[in-house]
Design a protein around this ligand. Sequence first.
Ligand code: HEM
Length: 377
Amino acid sequence: MNLETTAPPRKNPDAGARGAASKRGGIARWLDDRLGLGPLLAHLREKDVPHHRHSVWYFFGGMTLFLFTVQVVTGILLLFYYSPGANSAFESVQFIMGQVRFGWLVRSIHSWSANLMIGSLFVHMFSVFLLKGYRAPRELTWVTGVLLFFVVLGFGFSGYLLPWNQLAFFATKVGTEIAGAIPIVGHTVLRLLRGGDDVTGVTLSRFFALHVAILPIVAVGLLSVHLLLIQRQGISVPLSLEQRKAPVIRLPFFPDFFLRELIGWYVALAALAALAALDPWPLGTKCDPLAPAPAGIKPEWFFLWLYQTLRYLPAKILGLDGDMVGVCFINVAFALWIFIPFLDKKASNGRRSPAFTAIGWSAILYIIGMTLWGHFA
Ligand code: HEM
């Protein structure tokens, strides 16, 4: 293992690149002459990651990225057979599960990986928050991250309806009703999402377009900016270590950090294969819009804390509709979450900000508590 103390002074990347190129021959030199990869390779050779007792949290961004890639690959495979439409969606998923060779495996990996990815994303977001990785100059990395978080929740919400089964149909009805509670624009948002007043085949087409075209384009755009910023700025050292002014050990990204990431991805792949094989994702029964809603209908686990928050609000708060007040409160909280780096000025100036640490822990405890309550209630 190759450990260095503190960041070595950066060399002139062009000089390194020219040196590297001149040492290469064959395909590498041919490509370098045409694409000018030298500076990129020089950057990757010099890239390093702080190594300390909190370093384990740095692996969750890469893990989320890996699971996102699994989603893209398995999603494209599913597209070969999936057919959106009220009369064909459920049947096409049934065909994938029963007739297509390894179709059940691909679909189960897609569904399990979606859940693991959202779990990994929550860990990444809150670890970055608690290590104050959002402080200057990384404000835009945080902002693109929060937008990615919303996009990923959008993937979860839109994907849930695609098999067109009973549970998904009623969960989407409830979910879109919640969007309808937003003051002033709520009804327009509800109609825009549903493509009418009710959840129908039109809703399915819209969710399909969102899931396979609109959200992927937005996600790739945001992800590119997020990753580009990380390359430019490197990974931050936690504020607590920075304040001690102790020399920080830095681990070269290639191969040391990257090989560790690979081990994590390998374990995740094994976990996905085991989960998909031992507990294939269920399909349920085909949606019947005229049937009564199944008893105890709940949204997916990652929306439970929001659902639970709205469920126990009184019908009227200060004379206003309880759901409307709840939805407004959640929207304001999300908006503030985006602006955290600009609100926590102390951390950006290199000082401790215990109030923000307390906000982070309260949010974590609230989300876990509400999710467990929603699950067992
Ligand atoms: C699809 C979603 C996402 C992917 C694939 C992703 C990927 C990554 C990767 C690979 C890193 C570098 C390693 C690390 O620190 O873990 C990183 C860093 C970072 N991410 Fe994300 N991320 C995502 C979402 C988010 C979210 C939701 C937030 C916050 C709300 C966020 C905020 C940050 C910040 C501030 C850093 C810099 C941390 C530092 O320098 O210490 N990211 N991300």
